[in-house]
Every structure is written in structure tokens, then in C-alpha cells.
Write a protein that binds this ligand. Structure first.
Ligand code: 2AM
Length: 492
């Protein structure tokens, strides 16, 4: 048999798969395409793939036979059972050193498991986050590969060639071991939830407190898109607000205010709870979607529960109001990314993953939904110090949030007095004020826990004494009735 020509195999000919194949072919690679429903292979070959360096395979055997070694096979199929099914089907045809890459939306624990299972068989498994939707897949997605590092030298060139570029740098680099690539993609999606929620809050305040028309709000976003908030999501928001329905009124105002979700934001929030990390903004963004979906209950509540009427003269200076709002959005966004990176850092420690922190921000700079100018600064911060404890400790961000603070507080105070909800803006500020508090009221909380449950507490070093020794778990008999046994000796 002639030498195989295929540089990469790809299974799964939905739009993402097809576009990624066309993207790779445009970059000079020969791609072998396969799909469960084989008729789609023929359809693809006769249409989009016609005349390109693409080979259609009608069986797994044909796919594998057409690939150079080590074989590189990308799966872009529905997350879950389909991924396991194709791995099973591929295994009898593969040899040690071959590479399977799952580019779907897999949950990272599944990627951890597949990585371990395949390691035992000598197959290198890579779980890669792919972001940027259909257009990204076609012309340059953000790619976040992690898993078997031995695979990286064999896939680096092709992955970086087909990925998005930002200032000439590929938005693709090695993330870390096991499920780290899919993990980072999950956090990316969580941050996307947060960014979207923040933008909707800014829109709501402009609309309900400022009395702005959609066109005016669109103009504000257009202006913001030329500054520190320059990003894909601000850009599409501008365009959405300017888009009229056939009757000449903004289409967005006709859309049911009840948000859907596919679950990746929820996964991030659940993982934050599991790891004990205060990723409050993503959590609020998920809950805000949940609250929005209680539409019929909200309609009832609106006629029963009172709140302030929006005051006509709530805003004295329109420009100042818009500038404050921009600062509120910027500061909240800084908090959200700081929280996201806190979570990633903790995951690295908990799961024992060595993570490529500067590359994570770089990968999000282009190609994906959260792409923005702002991410260039985060990349810079992590390049200066890959072990940066918190983004807020980087000078650029310390200065930015210091400057934004007054507008941020004024915006939240205004929304609050006018009765407009700002869950994401507010939780960001509460986090900021909590994080910068040397003392929090958790002393009282510990006292309460010890009072009712003998859960013990520790004493501040400067207050230690013979009765209250430093570094020891102390229980006090608060009422004189509870006894002196602490909860370490029984479970309350
Ligand atoms: P299909 O064209 O045969 O339906 C996106 O849905 C991609 O995942 C498609 O290529 C689809 O193949 C594939 N897919 C979905 N569920 C699958 C399953 N259980 N087994 C194999 N492929 C599946």
C-alpha cells in the first residue's frame, strides 16, 4: 500500500468538525474525514471538501489506514457516550504512540478518566477546549489542549497553524496535564457567563435609570468598544442594540427575558464550591439566569412586591453617569477574571496540575467569545510573574481598580436606590471589599459555631493568653450549661 497521506484524522462532521477540517486544509494539511452516519462523508466530499486536501473515509479502518504515524485523530462529536464509543472503536486499529484528541465540550472529569485509561494502553490522549463557534473553527479558534504532554510536539504545529492569532501569536498553547485543557475551557465559559451578565446589567441601568433608547445604548457600547472594554461581546452588544425588526423598532426588546443555559457556567460554579474558592461573579451570573427564567413568577411578584419608582432626576450629569458605569463594568470584569484565575490556580494545586498560566490568558485573547484587549494585559501580568498570587496584585490591575472604584461604587449605589438589580456588579464589589479586609466578621461566626455546636475556634495571635493559647482549637462553655466537650470528640 502507498504511504498514507493524512496529517490528521477528524471524526464528526457537524458544522464545527467540517469547518475545522476546511481550516486545516487551507493551511496545507491533508485531513481524513469520518462520521458515524457515513452518508455525511460523501455529502461533505461532494460539496464543501471538493478539490481540497481532504480524504473521505467510510470506515474507521479506512480512516486509520490513511494517516501518517503517529496518527493524530480529532474527535468532534457529542460529549459523553459518543466520545467513549469512538475511542473503543479506534483502539483495535491504533498503535502505541498514536494520539486521540477530544475537541468536544467534554466535562473535565471525563477527560481525566479517558487520559488515565488510554495512558495504560500507550495511547496519548489530549482533551482540547475549542472556542469560537462555527466561524472560529473555520478561520481560527482558540484552542486549549491538555492531557498527554508527549503528544504536544506532534500536534503543536498543526494546532498553532489553524488557531486564531493575536498580535501574531497563536491563541493555542499547551495548558497542562490530564483534563486541564477541558478544565480551562470550562472556566472560560464561566467567565463568558460573567461578562455577558455584566453587560446586561449596564444595559439595564442605562435603559431603566438613564431612560436611554436602545440606539443611545448602542452608541455607548460603540464608544466603550474603542477603550479598555474593547471586546467581542461589547461589539456584538452594540450591533444587537442597533438591529431593528421589520417594524423599525429594536428586535432585542421583543425577545423573551428568560435566559437559557447549557451547563458549563454551572459546572464552573459547582467546581468553585467544591474547591472552596469565592468565584462569586460566575455564581451570580448563573443564578441571574435562573432568576430570569422564573418569568411567570416574576410577573406575579411585580404586581405584589413594592420598590422605589425610578426617579426622573436620578441622574444629574449624563456623561458622568456613563463614565461611572464604564468604570463599574471594567472593575467588575477585573474581579471576575481575578476570581477565574484564583480558581484555576487552586485547581492546579488540588489536582496536582502544572498549569501554563501566561498561555491561558493568551489563548483567550483571540478566537473565542471572551476575546478582548483586556486579556493582553492579563497575559502580560502572568508573563511577568507566572506564579502571580492574584491578578489584583499586579500593578496594572491594582491601579486600574483603584481608579475605577469611585464610579463603581456610585453606579451600584444609584442602581440600589432606584431599585434596579445589579447582582454581578454588586457581588464583585462585595468581593473586593471582603478581599481587602484584614478583618472580617468571621470571628463572630466562629463564636456562633462554637456556641451551638462546640466546633471550636482559634485565637488571634496578639490576643493569646494562658487561657486562650495560640494555635490550638479552643472550646468555651458560653452558657455555663453546654459542657466542655468540643465537637472534635463527637459529631453534632
Ligand atoms: P451523526 O452525524 O452520525 O449524527 C455532532 O452531533 C456529531 O456527533 C455528529 O457528527 C454526530 O454524528 C456525532 N454523534 C452524536 N452522537 C453520537 C453517538 N452516540 N455516536 C457517534 N457519533 C455521535
Amino acid at each position: 500500500m502507498a504511504q498514507p497521506k493524512g496529517d490528521m484524522g477528524l471524526i464528526g462532521l457537524a458544522v464545527m468538525g467540517q469547518n475545522l477540517i476546511l481550516n486545516a486544509a487551507d493551511h496545507g494539511y491533508t485531513v481524513v474525514a469520518f462520521n458515524r452516519t457515513v452518508s455525511k462523508v460523501d455529502h461533505f466530499m461532494e460539496n464543501e471538501a471538493k478539490g481540497k486536501s481532504i480524504i473521505g473515509a467510510h470506515s474507521i479502518q479506512e480512516l486509520v489506514d490513511n494517516l501518517k504515524r503517529p496518527r493524530r485523530i480529532v474527535l468532534l462529536v457529542k460529549a459523553g457516550a459518543a466520545v467513549d464509543a469512538f475511542i473503543e472503536q479506534l483502539l483495535p486499529y491504533l498503535e502505541k504512540g498514536d494520539i486521540i484528541i477530544d475537541g468536544g465540550n467534554s466535562h473535565y472529569p471525563d477527560t481525566n478518566r479517558r487520559y488515565e485509561e488510554l495512558k495504560g494502553k500507550g495511547i496519548y490522549f489530549v482533551g482540547s477546549g475549542v472556542s469560537g463557534g462555527e466561524e472560529g473553527a473555520r478561520y481560527g479558534p482558540s484552542l486549549m489542549p491538555g492531557g498527554a504532554e508527549e503528544a504536544w510536539p506532534h500536534i503543536k504545529e498543526i494546532f498553532q497553524a489553524i488557531s486564531a492569532k493575536s498580535d501574531g501569536e497563536p491563541c493555542c498553547d499547551w495548558v497542562g496535564p490530564a483534563g486541564a485543557g477541558h478544565y480551562v475551557k470550562m472556566v472560560h465559559n464561566g467567565i463568558e457567563y460573567g461578562d455577558m451578565q455584566l453587560i446586561t446589567e449596564a444595559y439595564d441601568i442605562m435603559k431603566r435609570v438613564g431612560g436611554f433608547s436602545d440606539k443611545e445604548i448602542g452608541d455607548v457600547f460603540a464608544k466603550w468598544n474603542t477603550g479598555v472594554l474593547d471586546s467581542f461581546l461589547v461589539e456584538i452588544t452594540r450591533d444587537i442594540l442597533r438591529y431593528d425588526d421589520k417594524d423599525g423598532t429594536p428586535l432585542v426588546e421583543k425577545i423573551m427575558d428568560s435566559a437559557g443555559q447549557k451547563g458549563t457556567g454551572k459546572w464552573t460554579a459547582i467546581n468553585a464550591l467544591d474547591l472552596g474558592m469565592p468565584v462569586t461573579l460566575i455564581g451570580e451570573a448563573v443564578f441571574a439566569r435562573c432568576l430570569s427564567s422564573l418569568k411567570s413568577e416574576r410577573i406575579r411578584a411585580a404586581s405584589i412586591l413594592p420598590g422605589p419608582e425610578v426617579s426622573k432626576d436620578a441622574i444629574k450629569d449624563k456623561q458622568q453617569f456613563v463614565d461611572d458605569l464604564e468604570q463599574a463594568l471594567y472593575a467588575s470584569k477585573i474581579i471576575s477574571y481575578a476570581q477565574g484565575f484564583m480558581l484555576i490556580r487552586e485547581a492546579g494545586k488540588t489536582y496536582n496540575w502544572k498549569l501554563n498560566n501566561p498561555a491561558i490568558a493568551l489563548m483567550w485573547r483571540g478566537g473565542c467569545i471572551i476575546r478582548s484587549v483586556f486579556l493582553a494585559e492579563i497575559t502580560k501580568a502572568y508573563r511577568e510573574n507566572p506564579e502571580l498570587e492574584n491578578l489584583l496584585f499586579n500593578k496594572f490591575f491594582t491601579d486600574a481598580i483603584t481608579k475605577a472604584q469611585s464610579g463603581w461604587r456610585k453606579t451600584i449605589a444609584l442602581a440600589s436606590t432606584q431599585g434596579i438589580p445589579t447582582p454581578a456588579f454588586s457581588t464583585a464589589l462585595s468581593f473586593y471589599d471582603g478581599y481587602r479586609s484584614e478583618r472580617l466578621p468571621a470571628n463572630l461566626l466562629q463564636a456562633q459555631r462554637d456556641y451551638f455546636g462546640a466546633h471550636t475556634f482559634r485565637v488571634l495571635p496578639e490576643c493569646a493568653s494562658e487561657d486562650l493559647p495560640e494555635g490550638q482549637d479552643i472550646h468555651v462553655n458560653w452558657t455555663g450549661r453546654g459542657g466542655n466537650i468540643s465537637a472534635s470528640t463527637y459529631q453534632a
